[in-house]
Design a protein around this ligand. Structure first.
Ligand code: ADP
Length: 433
């Protein structure tokens, strides 16, 4: 009942009471007035009850027509709606912060100042082998029991991280840990698994060692001959000997040149963006390769070419040419004279296309196959070097394959020969009639 209706009700009721009082000159009028007032009080009590019930469960619709409470209900309703929106916003922020925390690649554990675990993300769960059902609420020092960690906690010089060796049934690894105090009474533990970083570091060290090793031999030979030629007294070396020395020097220089060229190609493939989708005429590209490779073979091998015309690729011509040449050169290198080399370029029934080089050469034992495309991996280092190999050819071919969404496949039997194939996905294959 609004205040206007209340006023009307009071006025109306008082008028009836006055009329009764005036007409019958008895106290009946006062009784009527008292009854009206009582009725009003009962109504007010009911309205207050509605409002109180709604305050206790504000998610329900607010009560309507509750007399003088109408304004209070409207103001409260507005306040509650604003608060609900603020709470929702806070919940969303906190959910997305938690999700971001879970997705972090580093381990994060939130702790009280006395190192009781409050929360941890998935990376921390994996790296510290935590279990939410028992470890929440536990003291971190009961979980990381290494004396070095206890000393780190006590030392309170947390600006530097601590490296800890974790010995676990699933394997041993190094973990980088750091405690960071935050807020007023919280501490954060950040952990980082060093396995990947250490692996990369080892690969880098091995690569530098391999390159240095590959360069050292030709450089030593070259320097030796330069010294011999410089120090030899006049007339000590015959013209024939000099010619021979220069021939060997040029061979070593070419070896270094080949190595540097392959290293630059590999580095280009690793750093430049993916191969663009330019149409490449494979028939013409293989014609050029055929002339060059048969000249290199110089009649020592029997060649068998099966090139399907009209099957082309979307990719990078010079990368594809380098990948095909590497497979062809290897076939020459590892196939003794009079051996047969078959080259096939064909479309497959499912729309893919395959380039394959099959030789009747020395073949490769099964245990080497998975590692052939690693940089500097050779089955027989001496033989590869003697034949002018750098140990990078298949690494380059594999990179080119990846950049063209192709797969490098190898089948080989020791003593019988090998078949190296590049299989291109249908999306890369272009057909011309
Ligand atoms: P390399 O310059 O030594 O030929 P690659 O990366 O091209 O380096 O090849 C790696 C190794 O794979 C070679 O050293 C050789 O042992 C082996 N290999 C590659 N192709 C063949 C092949 N057609 N037949 C036998 N072995 C091969």
């Amino acid at each position: 009942m609004s205040w206007r209706r209340t006023l009307f009700f009071v006025g109306f009721w008082s008028a009836i009471a006055l009329a009764i009082e005036y007409r019958w000159q008895s106290s009946l009028g006062w009784v009527t007035l008292a009854l009206g007032t009582g009725l009003l009080l009962v109504l007010r009590r009911r309205h207050a009850g509605h409002v109180a019930r709604w305050i206790l469960s504000p998610e329900e619709d607010p009560p309507a027509n509750v007399g003088p409470w109408d304004d209070v209900v409207a103001a409260l309703y507005r306040r509650i709606r604003d608060q609900v929106a603020t709470i929702q916003e806070l919940e969303e922020t906190s959910t997305s912060a938690m999700a971001a925390g879970q997705a972090l690649p580093v381990g994060v554990v939130t702790l009280t100042t006395d190192l009781q675990i409050r929360w941890f993300n998935l990376a921390a769960e994996k790296q510290l082998h935590l279990k939410p059902e028992h470890d929440l609420g536990q003291n971190l020092q009961n979980i990381i029991r290494a004396p070095a960690f206890a000393a780190y906690v006590k030392g309170e010089n947390w600006s530097e991280p601590l490296t800890l060796k974790i010995n676990h049934a699933s394997g041993n690894y190094n973990l980088l840990l750091r405690l960071v105090p935050y807020a007023r009474d919280r501490t954060l533990l950040i952990t980082r698994d060093l396995t990947q970083i250490e692996k990369l570091e080892t690969t880098r060290r091995d690569f530098v060692a391999n390159v240095s090793h590959e360069m050292r031999t030709p450089l030593t030979v070259l320097a030796g001959f330069v010294e011999t030629l410089r120090d030899a007294p006049e007339g000590a070396l015959s013209e024939q000997q000099r010619e021979h020395f220069f021939g060997l020097m040029s061979e070593q220089a070419q070896r270094m040149q080949a190595l540097v060229t392959d290293l630059l190609t590999l580095s280009d493939l690793e750093t430049s963006p993916s191969a663009e989708l330019t149409p490449v005429g494979i028939t013409q590209l293989l014609e050029v390769a055929r002339t060059q490779i048969e000249a290199l073979s110089a009649g020592r091998h029997r060649w068998d070419w099966n090139i399907e015309p009209g099957v082309n690729l979307a990719g990078n011509a010079s990368e594809l040419s380098s990948a095909f040449s590497n497979l062809l050169t290897n076939a020459i290198r590892y196939t003794p004279d009079t051996g047969t080399i078959s080259v096939t370029w064909q479309s497959l029934p499912d729309g893919r296309a395959r380039f394959s080089v099959t030789d009747t050469g020395i073949g490769i034992a099964a245990e080497h196959l998975p590692r052939l495309s690693e940089r500097f991996y050779r089955v027989d280092r001496g033989r590869s070097r003697a034949l002018g190999g750098t140990g990078l050819g298949l690494a380059i071919t594999k990179h080119v394959a990846m950049r063209h969404d192709a797969a490098l496949e190898v089948q080989s039997k020791i003593g019988q020969g090998s078949c190296f194939s590049l299989v291109f996905q249908a999306e890369r294959v272009l057909r011309t009639s």
